[in-house]
Design a protein around this ligand. Structure first.
Ligand SMILES: Nc1ncnc2c1ncn2[C@@H]1O[C@H](COP(=O)(O)OP(=O)(O)O)[C@@H](O)[C@H]1O
Ligand SMILES: [Mg+2]
Length: 250
């Protein structure tokens, strides 16, 4: 099935199996009244890319991230994650792919407030099905990665907003996912805390993490290597990634 007219997506012509390959993916919330939050959309994101999904509040960013993160299903279209057709997967298979391969930093963070930073991160290990004996070490390493070793034993409700966001990122990273999704990563943060989170995302990207960040802030989007803009549920791709320039005939 092809979209009509096909939206221009520079990621689609990059070589290799994409991490995310969406074709004509559409999401309508049934309502009433029905809301077409995402018009038929093509999107390809490759390993190692850092992509920002930028648009005003209500434009469909979270809807798109939820679909990419296998938290929701489209009403039409196909979505292959690392070459696997996600529509054919049963719910438990989708949950397993999510647990092992996709890290999601929710806008509302969703930490357990009375549990420590370490316990919150270890919980994501439990769902991965990995051997129990590895949980503590991997969670400790994820907290170290986000610079929160000294806060590991603090309950989440005693942490600053920036620290809590760091814990949410550590939890998303702890199973070493193929793809990290961040929904409004700097929301509610002051300038210094926001800068710390953006620097952390740069470090993760440099360490080969594939990143998709949804944001309404142009300054946050500017840190990504490629931007797709969403307006009223319609995606417009930004300038082609640098890698594509190299493929253009001279
Ligand atoms: N569960 C839902 N049911 C109905 N409408 C929804 C639901 N979630 C989001 N919407 C609507 O879909 C549109 C896109 O929302 P959303 O993806 O949250 O946008 P953004 O993340 O860009 O702020 C908005 O009009 C919003 O009101
Ligand atoms: Mg949102």
């Amino acid at each position: 099935m092809t979209c009509s007219p096909p939206p221009r997506d520079p990621g689609a012509s990059m070589p290799g199996v994409p991490v995310v390959a969406m074709r004509c993916v559409e999401r309508v919330y049934p309502g009433p009244p029905p809301v077409r939050a995402l018009a038929p959309t093509d999107l390809a994101v490759h390993r190692g890319e850092y992509v920002a999904v930028v648009g005003p509040s209500g434009s469909g960013k979270s809807t798109l991230l939820n679909l990419i993160g296998l938290l929701d299903r489209p009403v039409q279209g196909t979505y292959e994650f690392c070459g696997r057709d996600t529509a054919a997967m049963r719910d438990y298979e989708r949950a397993a792919v999510r647990a092992r391969h996709i890290g999601f930093v929710f806008q509302a963070l969703r930490l357990l407030p009375l549990r420590t930073a370490l316990e919150n991160v270890m919980l994501a290990r439990l769902y991965s099905g990995a051997p129990r004996g590895t949980h503590h070490r991997w969670a400790t390493e994820a907290l170290e990665q986000v610079g929160l070793t000294d806060r590991a034993h603090a309950p989440a409700n005693t942490l600053s907003e920036g620290e809590r966001r760091g814990v949410a990122i550590a939890r998303a990273l702890v199973n070493r996912p193929s793809l990290l999704l961040c929904d409004e990563p700097t929301g509610n943060l002051d300038r210094a805390a926001a800068a710390a989170i953006l620097n952390l995302l740069d470090v993760l990207h440099a360490a080969d993490t594939t990143l998709i960040v949804a944001t309404h802030e142009p300054a946050v989007a500017a840190r990504a290597h490629r931007t797709v803009t969403i307006r009223a549920g319609s995606l417009e791709s930004g300038p082609p990634p640098a890698a594509l320039d190299a493929l253009e005939p001279a």
